[in-house]
Design a protein around this ligand. Structure first.
Ligand SMILES: Cc1ncc(COP(=O)(O)O)c(C=O)c1O
Length: 394
């Protein structure tokens, strides 16, 4: 009995037992290589190299100079919610009620609020595989059941209504997360594919959550917001990627009107409010779009360098490079073990990328994700190093 009691005091909950991000291992190995004097090209971490817009930084400095930083309204400061609503009018031609906008602690905070407000413990939520790992880890920590649905070239690496319904007929689903552009694939859904998926899901009572964090970083065709397709979908977005504000931890949701008060009660209890400094900076970030468009042009150039250069270097199989800043390459021709391949490429070529096993427990051993948010020089150098390395391997 005593032993049982002592064990309980030392044992974390079963639901907290979520896997770590394997990319962290690659980052640690890259840092070690650098400490030894090597020059590593970092393509493993999915974040912009550029700083936040100057407008955002200046606004934050003004708040700091004023001194007092207090709590804000739980749903976010009204001028930021209004600016976000205006962003929908400017970008998607959608008249959005600012009352449906909720400011969150990055999109990560938005997922917790969305999953808690939509799902019961035990609910089944469909996710595209490969996909962003925290979707499944947050769901399982909350007692929900992530249901991975395989994607392929035929489905343009996205969830489809057909696959969703096939899974739903096996055992009912209560939710589905869609992402376009997606991480790790960098692929996007055409507006009509997204519309069809949402229509099919909602007809079956399946709640749709649309992760739109990479909106603004679309190169193949314009990204459509689910807010234009349904008033019942929950939209998650963030200042982290397009606005280069990862560390500021600020994002937003667009929620159906009947969910606003629920989310407000949840966020009020979980966090009171989102950091004030970050909210003020985020509001001013919308005035820095010209600066961010320059950054985006850099990604477009990097995308060209890789899509033209990597096939010549020997990596000639990758998914459509539609958006975000990711290229997802198939390395099955070279290896059955993407973690080992990534480690070797780091140690022998000095290029760090993320093994697909982080994103895909089924076939990730055959893929590597390259992030192209760095400089054009780094992209050229990476292509050259990978080419030489693959040649040496024969
Ligand atoms: C697809 C996707 N969604 C959400 C996030 C979380 O971003 P944040 O919490 O910084 O908004 C990331 C971060 O890499 C991501 O790739």
């Amino acid at each position: 009995m005593m032993l049982d009691a002592a064990k309980r005091l030392l044992t974390p909950s079963r639901r907290s037992d979520v896997p770590p991000f394997i990319v962290m291992d690659v980052m640690a190995a890259a840092a070690k290589r650098e400490a030894e004097g090597a020059h590593v090209i970092h393509m493993e971490v999915g974040q912009p190299a550029a700083p936040a817009p100057q407008t955002a930084i200046r606004a934050a400095q003004a708040v700091l100079a004023a001194g007092r930083i207090s709590y804000t309204e739980t749903l976010g400061i009204p001028p930021l919610r209004a600016a976000i609503a205006r962003h929908y009018a400017d970008t998607y031609d959608l008249a959005l009620d600012p009352g449906r906008v909720v400011v969150t602690t990055g999109s990560s905070g938005g997922f917790i609020l969305a999953f808690l407000s939509l799902f019961e413990a035990g609910d089944r939520v469909a996710l595209a595989n490969p996909g962003y790992p925290p979707y499944r880890h947050i769901l399982s920590a909350l007692g929900c059941q992530p249901v991975l649905i395989g994607t392929s070239t035929e489905t343009r690496w996205a969830l489809t209504g057909k696959a969703l319904i096939a899974e739903h007929r096996k055992k009912p689903l209560q939710g589905a997360v869609v992402a376009s552009p997606a991480n790790p694939t960098g692929t996007m859904m055409e507006a009509d594919a997204l519309a069809r998926l949402i229509a099919v899901a909602e007809a079956e009572g399946i709640r749709v959550i649309s992760d739109e964090i990479y909106h603004g970083l679309d190169y193949a065709f314009p990204a459509e917001t689910a807010a234009n397709l349904s008033e019942r979908a929950v939209i998650i977005n963030s200042f982290s990627k397009y606005f280069c504000m990862t560390g500021w931890r600020v994002g937003w949701m667009v929620v159906p009107e009947n969910l606003v008060r629920t989310v407000e009660r949840l966020q009020g209890n979980l966090a009171i409010s989102v950091p004030t400094l970050a909210q003020v900076a985020a509001q001013a970030a919308f005035d820095g779009k010209a600066e961010m468009e320059e950054v985006k042009h850099g990604y477009e150039q990097n995308r060209r360098i890789l899509t033209e250069g990597l096939p010549k270097a020997g990596l000639d199989q990758f998914l459509p490079v539609d958006g975000a800043f990711y290229l997802y390459a198939n390395i099955a021709r070279f290896s059955d073990d993407s973690l080992d391949f990534a480690k070797r490429m780091l140690n022998e070529a000095g290029v760090a990328a993320t093994p697909g096993i982080d994103f895909d427990p089924i076939d990730g051993r055959h893929f590597l994700r390259f992030c192209y948010a760095g400089s054009a020089e780094e992209m050229h150098e990476a292509v050259e190093r990978i080419g030489n390395w693959l040649k040496q391997r024969g």
